[in-house]
Ligand binder design. Sequence first.
Ligand SMILES: [Cu+2]
Length: 375
Amino acid sequence: MNRPVALRSIFLAFWLACLFPGAALAASLPTPNILDAASPNAQEVSKLFWLVMGFSIFVMAIVTAFMIAGIVGGIRDRNKDEEPPQTHGNLKLEVAWTVIPLIILAILLVPTLRAIYQLDGFAAPDNAIEINVVGRQFWWEMAYVDSGVITANEVVAPVGTPLKLNLASADTMHSFWLPQLAGKTDLIPGNQRTLWFTPDREGVFYGQCAEICGDSHANMRLRLVALSPENYQTWLAAAQKPAEVPQAELAVAGSQLFIEKGCVNCHAVQGVNTYNRTGPDLSHIGSRTSIAAGMLPNTRENMIRWLRYTDTVKPGVAMPNLGLSQEEAESLSAYLETLTLPGFDMKRAFSGDKPAAEVAATLPRTNLASLEDKE
Ligand SMILES: [Cu+2]
């Protein structure tokens, strides 16, 4: 390799390495960006991130400078005949590169320990809203301890009040992760963990199971919907009431199929059957932004697809494919659409002028084309 080419490749490699994270940040899609914190606890984590990042860049710059100086020197001297000076062992250098990292690590240890104690589940304030979260292959159940409200895959919470989540698993290990709100916490069978944070702005925040748990681990997503305190109170009241009884013919037929086809054996719907937790509570499924643990936007078309091709849409799913016809799936979907929160419109639940658009922008981006291929 001649000199200009060698030098140019070094610089090119350097700039490419800098560009990649930049490009990822620039693609400002509604991704769960850990650095775009929406709670003081997540803020703490991103502050730590920048601190460690700062030290790392500093160390990298020094090491790279020495490296480049060495390479440039080597290239310049390559035609010289004499041997370069030979050295062996250097006590001062050895001490320096042991002590300097120790100092850096000691500096980083202080804020790290502080953050660990602050974020600890036991530190949750007394006024926290307590929610029991159970992870299952491949969905989440949320049970509000005080109000008895049960939802699935979407946590609804008020801005400004701490949430205390008691995390448990019904089968294998999962990990609860809402990157903009708190760090990951594992759900370990037979062991309860706690996590707390306080959402500090309205919005829909993405989450994801972060511990590989089976075929559809990547499809085990979740949402946190943070509402203004007033809207949260309205939601809470609505969530405790059954949805209105369906009137339209198609939906009424669907409500009968819901019983005939055995959906009631696994799914609870307020006012229809009693407490049943084999599958997600569907009492207000019509008001959810997504279905199948955050996989698909909640539309009629997607619901039909889900009911007819359950196991193709979501590999390894615990809901059986019931062999429904297109007509049956249509009336069931029409029925499920009527199961909305009475007197509460999730799409208009945000104050200000970004309501429905915000919900729409935060819908999941699943590659539907690939699903169609399978059908
Ligand atoms: Cu998982």
